[in-house]
Design a binder for this molecule. Structure first.
Ligand code: ADE
Length: 263
């Protein structure tokens, strides 16, 4: 998959993508990262890409001409690519969008802004505006890199054979469970016994319970009403014994946690 960044700071992209997994993926030919600088499409001596906003106000606005020329050049290189403009006013990125972008397999062109935003007319050349969250950054390069990183994880081969992006936190719809490695005891803190006794069924149940509890505490919006109901005490009358025990254990743990908090 190819990722092309339209940016006045190409070094930032090359630098950030030149390490670790993204670098290895480039070396292996699994992803390709390139840049186009809108300054190369300016005609004035100062190579200026911004101007003051019509109607007044603080800050500068990205001029349409150099950006649209850069988008046209990018489309010539990647004719089938989806064009994404990074903007705090766009649709907020989530794991489903990431998986859809990866699954579609279309190359991506990122339009990275600066200053107070883009001249609105550039959006005629853009497929979609994407935000990475409800906060304002100094430019679109970091958001575009974040999308590239998250999407690349779903490209076969990028994470290596034994790791699958489908297995991780948000892919299950829940926050992740705690992980431990050696030593068994660190500064008096022991690894939970269940993880050391090799019973895979018990380990899976423990992990699911921890994931559900973490999600219940921090991101209740990710749980279904049915899951919340079961955590809070409404169990299906026909539920099998093992499942009933699972939810009862979970509820006990939840009650234990609130006792600790109240102490
Ligand atoms: N540019 C500035 N802030 C941004 C954000 N939160 N997401 C995407 N692009 C941005």
């Amino acid at each position: 998959m190819k990722f092309l960044f339209i940016t006045i700071f190409p070094e930032q992209i090359v630098q950030a993508a030149g390490h670790s997994i993204l670098q290895r993926a480039q070396d292996a030919g699994l992803i390709e990262i390139s840049t186009i600088n809108p300054r190369d499409f300016t005609t004035d001596n100062h190579r200026s890409v911004d101007d003051t906003p019509f109607g007044g106000g603080a800050g500068m606005v990205f001029k349409p001409a150099p950006l649209v020329a850069a988008i046209r050049a990018a489309k010539e290189k990647l004719p089938l690519a989806r064009v994404i403009a990074l903007s705090p006013g766009g649709r907020t990125l989530n794991q489903k969008m990431v998986q859809d972008l990866a699954g579609a397999g279309r190359d991506l062109i990122f339009v990275c802004g600066h200053y107070e935003g883009f001249d609105e007319r550039i959006f005629h050349w853009v497929d979609e505006k994407v935000s990475i969250g409800d906060y304002v950054l100094t430019g679109g390069e970091l958001p575009a890199l974040i999308i590239t990183d998250a999407v690349s994880r779903f490209i076969p081969g990028v994470l290596g054979k034994s790791v699958s992006a489908e297995d991780d936190s948000f892919a299950s719809g829940l926050l992740e469970y705690p992980q431990y490695t050696r030593p068994d005891v660190f500064e008096g803190l022991a690894v939970p016994e269940v993880l050391r006794n090799g019973d895979h069924g018990k380990i899976a149940a423990w992990r699911l319970k921890k994931s559900l509890l973490a999600t219940y505490h921090l991101r209740r919006d990710l749980l279904s009403d049915e899951q919340i109901g079961m955590i809070e005490g409404t169990l299906h009358p026909k539920m099998c014994k093992t499942q009933r025990r699972f939810w009862e254990d979970l509820r006990q743990e939840l009650a234990g946690e609130s006792e600790v908090k109240e102490e």
